[in-house]
Unconditional design. Structure first.
Lengths: 339, 339
DNA sequence: TAATCTTACGTTACCGGTAACCTTATGCTA
DNA sequence: TAGCATAAGGTTACCGGTAACGTAAGATTA
């Protein structure tokens, strides 16, 4: 304050208007691209905008026009690794095109962290929210319903969503994969997952898989769920663990492709042949699998399609257009040669 | 407007204050955790906050207190794949703890896209910005300097930063790796990279590598820079391309680990032994490499350290504390057995 | 005990836009 | 040519907080 000089170095709309010889309102109309001005005035105003280096103040705009801002909050488990980066990329691209700004939060699969984030983000009066993960605390749900704000729940399907649900049918993915693996004659099947303390959607796929096993009067021969986050190395030593306990497994279903790839390498490291000695299946259709010598048996999902659909649906809802409440993003079981 | 009912369903501070029997200002103080109220009053206010479901309005707060908001803009090349997700995660965590909200943008290595994003984000009067990528348009630089807003440029080092620079010394990474590879007796060395149309930091590593080659009176025997984005598969077919053109390469330096891993698999697919028939080196220290049968020779970098340092430095700058302008995040060449 | 400090509030003014409404000039139609 | 629609622009009031300042009562000090 003493030696600094950061006292309103910004140019205001009033200054632009003054310099252009029009009223604030007219300048505002020109800058927003509203109607009610001549080409002549437009040029005068824009010239001053350029000259003075006017940067619009969206805080003031959002405040003045009341209602909501052009902010959209997006909450994901995490930004690194995994597949959410791809979803975020496509959501972000779609939203940026329509003039919205994304405010991102990472909840690490904790509903409490999510609740705190939701409260924070609501104080920015966002136009809408995108949430991922299956469950929310009751007070999160209450809060969102009370605010009446458009909300898109993504990644999984929620048959009774807060507002909109766009996602994959994880349970079906697991069910379908189980049927496929069983159809190939495998009997003793194990499961390797992660995030034991904060289960994500992998748990639904496991449950779906178990349903199919159950229908065939079977059960998982062994289950290994690590406390760590999913990843290549988690898959590697998760496989080590499960095979130490149950050396005679015939196949393993993994929480996702990263873990399945880790599993393939563990098997390779101990001289087991995939799929002759053991079958392996993942989920997701990760790019990393594309360079493996064998095609990984997995379920391919479109993270980009999910992101775009979510963004489109949310924007339509914000604009008051008709949208269907639940959108299923199709997935495809891709048989490879690891099963 | 006719059948809807979205007319100010939100509770204002004035209502809370009224219900608690105090002035707006006192309620504001309590809610912000400022000083100047008794415990008794505090309880009265907080009780009403809870009862009425008051959600603070940060738009109004940022507007009223003028100066800047608690928004921090973060711009990265992209959110998916690669290593930026990890940087984002740690920046986000560090900022969220201190009460800032991150607004994210993806510029896809285009300085024009970045400029548009910067203009947009400035209209939110952010407290600070984090930019990644080496160069910016002149008008981006001018705009940021004119606003006098704290800016942290990350990922690479910038000796004359707009404000702060926190990053890796990519050039040194390349130089060091070249020296190492040369010390192992390799002569005919190739380079495989990506993002030909929008070069990122990989180009600096390549240049550093070339400097070391030059010092030994050598040159790259072949260079293959793809137009696609970096990734496993890009590394795979980039290797195919370069080996078709120059079958007698003895080693390949890759833009990053993902591409190097793809390269390993391509070599394996055509029956070449790594490192006997060809040496391979990457950059980054990706987790994926941890499950390979061979330890990848690479440069290990701490994306988490980068993110934290960047967030810390930016916050210190915002608060007016002393910060050093340039922070080098150390990297470590990790010899593996692919060279 | 008077002078001063501290605590716990209340008052006032204002941030920078925009919605809603009003005014004036001009063109067009009947 | 009166009557009316339309375009172009100005006026006014206000959004919901917070900074800055004022004030009264009790605590502390000289």
């Amino acid at each position: 304050m003493a030696h600094g000089s950061n006292k309103r170095q910004t140019v205001s709309l009033a200054e632009v208007a003054g310099a252009a010889g029009v009223s604030k309102m007219t300048a505002s109309r020109v800058i927003r691209g509203a109607s009610g001005f001549s080409m002549e005035t437009r040029d005068k105003v824009l010239k001053q905008v350029d000259l003075l280096g006017y940067v619009p103040n969206r805080i003031a705009a959002a405040f003045g026009s009341e209602q909501t801002s052009t902010i959209i909050g997006v909450s994901v488990p995490h930004l690194s690794g995994g597949m959410f980066g791809f979803v975020l990329d496509s959501i972000n691209t779609a939203l940026a095109k329509t003039g919205y700004q994304t405010m991102i939060g990472a909840h690490e699969n904790s509903v409490i962290t999510e609740e705190i984030w939701v409260k924070n983000i609501l104080s920015w009066r966002p136009a809408g929210l995108v949430l991922s993960g299956h469950s929310h605390t009751q007070s999160t749900r209450d809060l969102l319903k009370a605010q009446g704000i458009p909300v898109a729940e993504i990644w999984n399907l929620n048959t009774s969503p807060i507002d909109l649900s766009i996602g994959f049918n994880h349970s079906d993915c697991g069910y379908e994969m189980a049927q496929y693996i069983l159809s190939q004659g495998y009997k003793r099947i194990g499961y390797v997952g992660a995030d034991a303390h904060a289960p994500g959607m992998g748990r639904l796929r496991k449950n779906g898989f178990e349903s199919a096993l159950d229908a065939a009067s079977m059960k998982f021969a062994a289950i290994e769920i690590l406390n760590d986050r999913s990843g290549y190395y988690a898959g590697y030593y998760g496989t080590e663990n499960i095979l130490n306990r149950s050396p005679n497994l015939q196949a393993i279903y993994y929480q996702d492709d990263a873990m399945a790839i880790g599993g393939i390498f563990y098997c390779q490291s101990i001289g087991m042949d995939v799929p002759k000695d053991i079958g392996i299946a993942g989920w997701g259709g990760m790019e990393a699998a594309s360079v493996l010598p064998q095609r990984l048996t997995t379920t391919i999902v479109s993270t980009q399609g999910l992101g775009r659909s979510a963004a489109d649906a949310l924007i339509a809802r914000i604009r008051g257009e008709a949208v269907q409440d639940v959108t299923i993003i199709p997935t495809r079981l891709a048989p490879g040669n690891t099963i």
